[in-house]
Write a new protein. Structure first.
Length: 133
């Protein structure tokens, strides 16, 4: 396992510590190739690939949000949960610093650095399209 050292230029003073977000070419398509993600604590399930990781930004409840080929995972100080991509009914930006993930049972709000909202939304919707095909 080799760690990749990222040399990305911070956007608006924020640098994602897990992936060089400057390498994402939006919008993502079926032919898109995602840059490597450096999050060594991730323990994949069978045939699972880590697509994206970013820090969450809720004050006094900071954590990490992960998107994989099978699920999204929110780990923070007060709670840890995951949602299967198959259970997600919708994902949308609800402000310049938050996304909403809707399932049949609930709406989950993820607070992010404003520079990460569009990329997070795009990668999550892209991952869902892969699962739904």
């Amino acid at each position: 396992f080799q760690l990749t050292k990222f040399t990305q230029t911070p956007v608006n003073g924020y640098k994602n510590p897990y992936v060089d977000t400057n390498l994402y070419k939006l919008p993502l398509t079926e032919k898109s190739k995602l840059p490597p993600v450096n999050y060594p604590a991730f323990k994949p399930q069978n045939d699972e690939t880590l697509y994206f990781a970013t820090e969450t930004s809720q004050k006094n409840n900071e954590g990490v949000f992960l998107i994989t080929s099978q699920r999204c995972i929110n780990k923070n100080i007060t709670q840890n949960y995951e949602i299967s991509l198959k259970d997600i009914k919708g994902v949308k930006e609800v402000s310049n610093s938050a996304i909403m993930i809707e399932t049949d049972k609930e709406k989950n709000y993820i607070l992010l650095n404003s520079t990460q909202v569009k990329i997070t939304t795009e990668v999550l919707n892209w991952a869902r399209r892969g699962i739904l095909q």
